[in-house]
Ligand binder design. Structure first.
Ligand SMILES: Cc1cc2nc3c(=O)[nH]c(=O)nc-3n(C[C@H](O)[C@H](O)[C@H](O)COP(=O)(O)O)c2cc1C
Length: 262
C-alpha cells in the first residue's frame, strides 16, 4: 500500500514545523494558567486536519485537565491531549506520526509540550471513546526555557550509528533529532537508490513490556521528521508498507520505506 501523506500545510507553517525540529525540547514545567479558548481551538483544528501515516486508521483525541489523567511520575500541565485509536496494523506508528506534528506545532507557536508515556487516561475518559487509549501529550505555557538554542544541546546518537550510507543526510539528520521514550532512539535507516528503509530496534527481554509499545510510537515520530525534511528539500516522497526491505538486520525489525519519487 502506498500513501501520499502530503499533510497539506501552508508553506510558511511547514517551514516553521521543520525549523522546530532543530530547537524543540520536552517541557516538564508549566504555568498553571489554561491557554485561551481561541488557542485551544486552533490546536484542535490543526490536529483534526492531520492525515497521518496510514489514513485508513481511525483515531480521535480529547483535551482534558489533570484530574482526568493518572501517572506514577506526574507532569503537571494545564492541558493533556489524550489520543485514542483503532488497533489496526501500524496504529502506534501512526499515533506517533500524527502527534509529532502537534509537538512541533506547539513548539513553533512558543508553547511547551511533553510526550507522556507513563500517563493513563482515567476510566471515565477512556470509556467515552470507542477506540483504545494510546498515549498522552502534556502541553501549555512553558515555565522553563521553551526551546534549545542550537543542535549542540540535543543528546542523540551520532549519524553513523543510525544509518548505513550518507545519502539523504538532511532527512536522516532530522529523524536523528526526534524525541523518543527515555531517549531510547530505537531507529535505524538503510538507504538504497530512491528509498530509505526504516527499522525499529528489537527491545530486549527486560525492556519489552514498556518499550514494545513506545518503540513503535517513536518510529512514527522519527518518520514525521523524515517526511517534513523531505518536503523542505523539495523531494516528492511516499511511504510504502508492503515493500520488502533490502536486508534483514539481526537487531532490528523492518518497519516501512520512504520512497523518494523525484
Ligand atoms: C513515546 C514517548 C513517551 C515519553 N514519555 C515520557 C514520560 O512519561 N515522562 C517524561 O518525563 N518524558 C517522556 N518522554 C520524553 C522523552 O524523555 C524525551 O523526548 C527524550 O528524553 C528526549 O528529550 P527531548 O524531547 O527534550 O529532545 C517521552 C517521549 C516519547 C517520544
Amino acid at each position: 500500500m502506498n500513501q501520499n501523506h502530503a499533510e497539506n500545510l501552508e508553506p510558511e507553517l511547514k517551514d516553521k514545523l521543520y525549523q522546530s525540529i532543530f530547537s524543540r525540547k520536552s517541557i516538564r514545567k508549566y504555568k498553571a494558567e489554561s491557554l485561551t479558548a481561541e488557542k485551544l481551538k486552533e490546536i484542535k483544528a490543526f490536529l483534526a486536519a492531520r492525515k497521518g501515516l496510514k489514513q485508513n486508521i481511525k483515531w480521535e483525541s480529547k483535551i482534558v485537565s489533570a484530574d482526568k489523567i493518572s501517572s506514577l511520575l506526574p507532569i503537571k500541565a494545564p492541558h493533556y491531549l489524550v489520543f485514542f485509536s483503532e488497533e489496526s496494523e501500524g496504529y502506534l506508528q501512526n499515533a506517533g506520526y500524527i502527534l509529532q506534528y502537534l509537538d512541533l506545532y506547539l513548539s513553533a507557536h512558543g508553547l511547551g509540550s511533553c510526550w507522556f508515556g507513563l500517563a493513563k487516561a482515567k476510566k471515565e475518559i477512556a470509556a467515552e471513546s470507542e477506540f483504545s487509549y494510546v498515549i498522552t501529550l502534556a502541553f501549555g505555557e512553558a515555565a522553563e526555557k521553551q526551546c534549545r538554542n542550537d543542535k549542540s544541546e540535543f543528546k542523540r546518537k551520532e549519524l553513523s550509528e543510525i544509518r548505513d550510507h550518507d545519502s539523504y543526510e538532511q532527512l536522516i539528520e532530522a529523524a536523528r533529532l526526534a524525541p523518543s521514550a527515555t531517549n531510547n532512539q530505537p531507529w535505524y535507516f538503510k538507504v538504497r537508490p530512491n528509498k530509505i528503509d526504516i527499522y525499529r530496534e528489537k527491545p530486549n527481554f527486560i525492556k519489552k513490556i514498556f518499550y514494545q509499545k513506545m518503540n513503535k510510537i517513536d518510529i512514527g515520530i522519527a518518520a514525521a521528521h523524515l517526511k517534513l525534511a523531505a518536503e523542505k528539500h523539495n523531494l516528492n516522497s511516499k511511504f510504502s508498507f508492503s515493500d520488502s526491505p533490502s536486508k534483514e538486520l539481526s537487531d532490528y525489525i523492518y518497519q516501512f520505506t520512504l520512497n523518494i519519487l523525484d
